[in-house]
Design a protein around this ligand. Sequence first.
Ligand SMILES: C[S@@+](CC[C@H](N)C(=O)[O-])C[C@H]1O[C@@H](n2cnc3c(N)ncnc32)[C@H](O)[C@@H]1O
Length: 441
Amino acid sequence: MRAGDLVTVDLEVLTPEGDGLSESTGTSVHVPGVYPGERAEVRVEHVSRQTPRAHARLRTLLQAHPARVAPPCPHSDAGIAPRRGACSGCPLQALDLAAQRELKRAALVRRHGLDPGPLVAGPDAWGYRWSSKRIITGTSGHVLVGSYHRGSHAPAAMNDCRVDHPSIAAAARELQAAASALAIVPYDEATGSGDLRYAWFKTDGRDVLLTLITAASPSPAAELLPAALKLPAGVAWSVQAGRGNAVRGEPPVQLRGRPVLSVSLAGVPVEVGPLGFLQPNPRVAELAYRDLVADEAGAPHRGKLAFDLYAGAGVTTALLRREFAEVVPCEVYPESAAALGVPAEPAEVFLARQQAEGRHPELVVANPPRGGMGPAVCAALVRQAAPRLQIMSCSADALVRDLATLQAGGYVLRRLRAYDTLPHTPHLELVAWLSHGTGDD
Ligand SMILES: C[S@@+](CC[C@H](N)C(=O)[O-])C[C@H]1O[C@@H](n2cnc3c(N)ncnc32)[C@H](O)[C@@H]1O
């Protein structure tokens, strides 16, 4: 296979990016806009020199998935060849929801040999996202509050994004109009010049908190926008002067209105500040949280001591405290650690300290970020050898890597469940139940 070839492929499995993947020709061919179960004529764009792997572009859809639908979002390039300037955030939206969920489940089985059973879903197919980080691009006078197209830094419009909560979509529209009218200068990552870099919107289902992230201080955006924006209940500001993609920068400054939102998750009220983590889809995440603190049959764990690693806003800490005499959270981000009343420290440092103090929990719960826990934390957990370990993960690849270390260290996987936290995207949240030794309590 060579770049430029026209080939016909049958797509068999969904990739983590939401592409269709064909493996039957001996070369893995990735094709955006085509779904497993479909046949397409594609143009090969790139063939890897190291591995039998190619990227191709859809030319003609020869056989369509029976569950194809017209994608509702006009900005999306779901179900077609990628379009420059289009939003690539919801690549599955050209399929009905049942078919999306079946493709996500089937991909876990095929890629990792893990079958979570039918996906757990929430009530909302659209408007479910309560936390939305937008990238500011465009030019002075024509500011875009959008995103980057996948795999590039080409700006993509997200006006009236269908998956954002309607109050966030409205606040983003207002910011785009106000920043354009006030001639706010978008940050230019090529030159490092400009002012406004990111806008992070969060909602409690009614009010919106907006955090403006600018490249420097003083900032015209931070000076002018708070008075011009009527929709957010609170506006905060943080400076991120680094050249990378990190959104969180210097400690936030409150510019006007409310500094925190109170969001109820699984019946636990959580305070979320300007740079604090909020699950993008709290209504589905809370189903996973309830499972994460119970055993695999749904019965509550009880005991003397539990650790809650990557505790964030503290939902699982609060749930565990209903059943355990003592629950110790661990969190590295200072704002969240302070709210939890613990020192900000990474999980491996926390575990080493607990081990040195001879503290042995009956249950460890962990909800790490996308990269997973990693070898150092998994090795510390193996040394700790708590009878029960339960992990929530937003990356199947990272979870599978962590499971390999934990299983080699004596842990047994008892059950896996998957949650459709971000419909129309390939993402899943997973909960894994593990036990050490005999597997009995
Ligand atoms: C996926 S979030 C889970 C948050 C939490 N379960 C909640 O509901 O708010 C991951 C959390 O881990 C924290 N974190 C990231 N790396 C960490 C590390 N090395 N050690 C401890 N916490 C970390 C992040 O700040 C974030 O709050």
